[in-house]
Design a protein around this ligand. Structure first.
Ligand code: NAD
Length: 285
């Protein structure tokens, strides 16, 4: 999965992280600062972004908080302008991380408003980020190696039932990242797409997920979830090595390989498991 050798993009970078107020985004920002990078911590939640900035500056690092709703192109454009002014030059690393959870209802029952909300943030957010920042990174004449990290999910290839909007949004981010990597081939700008399974963050509490599915997701997150810090470190290391795909967990790697080599069997097995779980006592649909 390694596309080519590259210098360490995460060290001494001028980095922009979206959704940096919590979870994986906060962990990216803090780890980047540990690696000597200056970080623009953007989030729709201003207090949360300021909390991450305080953690970084309190440890002697350099960071600033910027409000940005990634689903709004004007706000992403403004983020790019503010970041360039604050760094005094174009950013060298952009992490399109902001995202939300949605699920618990099958296709046909999930409200279209929830589809729109999920795709607006999870898919249009990274599209806006790549649309605005790719030309800036292309034009930047920097000694520092440049890169883009998009946060997708193992849901991008997993087809988990009752998570259609989330799955579709993340499948789009995977394809966006692969296309971007091909388009940026030979430019020196690295692209990495992060595809974790469960990571211990606030995504379930802050999402639009039915109570029953939230309970199941919280259990899985508690039992199998990695820490956001570990995932951020793994992903930055993969990016530094020039890797396109970062799957920090074994279950994600196994699913990815089965899906590629036996896609029909993969999806049929998920369907069987879903039917079996629906027959379990306590499942009320
Ligand atoms: N936690 C997991 O198990 C997991 C697994 C795979 C992928 N992911 C992905 O990781 C990314 C980060 O999620 P997390 O788990 O750290 O969740 P989180 O809820 O802890 O953090 C998400 C952050 O994004 C911000 N945000 C929400 N909407 C926004 C918007 N419109 N514009 C800007 N910021 C916004 C939130 O305020 C929050 O600070 C998401 O893209 C998510 O889909 C998470």
């Amino acid at each position: 999965m390694i596309l080519g050798r590259s210098p360490k993009r995460s060290h001494g970078a001028s980095a922009v992280v979206t959704g940096a107020g919590s979870g994986i985004g906060a962990a990216f920002a803090i780890e980047l600062s540990r690696r000597g990078s200056a970080v623009v911590c953007s989030d729709i939640d201003d207090d949360a972004a300021r909390g991450t900035v305080e953690a970084i500056t309190g440890a002697g690092g350099r960071a600033t908080a910027v409000h940005c709703d990634v689903s709004a192109i004007d706000e992403v454009t403004a983020l790019a302008n503010t970041a360039q002014s604050w760094f005094g030059h174009p950013p060298t690393l952009v992490i399109n991380n902001a995202g939300v959870g949605a699920g618990g209802q099958p296709i046909g029952e999930m409200a279209l408003d929830d589809w729109t909300w999920t795709l607006g943030i999870n898919l249009w957010g990274p599209i806006h980020g790549c649309h605005v920042f790719t030309p800036i990174l292309r034009e930047a004449r920097s000694e520092q190696p440049r890169g883009i990290i998009n946060v997708a999910s193992a849901a991008s290839f997993g087809a988990a039932p009752e998570m259609a909007a989330y799955n579709v949004s993340k499948a789009g981010v995977l394809s966006l990242s692969e296309t971007l990597a091909a388009e940026l081939s030979g430019t020196g700008i690295g692209v990495t797409v992060l595809c974790p399974t469960f990571v211990k963050t606030n995504i379930v509490e802050s999402g639009r997920i039915t109570a029953q599915s939230s309970e199941a997701a919280n259990l899985l997150m508690r039992w199998t979830g990695l820490s956001a810090q570990r995932v951020a470190r793994d992903c930055l290391d993969t990016h530094d090595r020039g890797g396109l795909y970062c799957m920090p967990q074994l279950d994600a790697k196994i699913s990815w390989n089965i899906k590629r080599f036996a896609p029909e069997t993969f999806t049929r097995t998920i369907g069987l498991a879903f039917r079996a779980s629906a027959a379990l006592p306590g499942r009320s649909d």
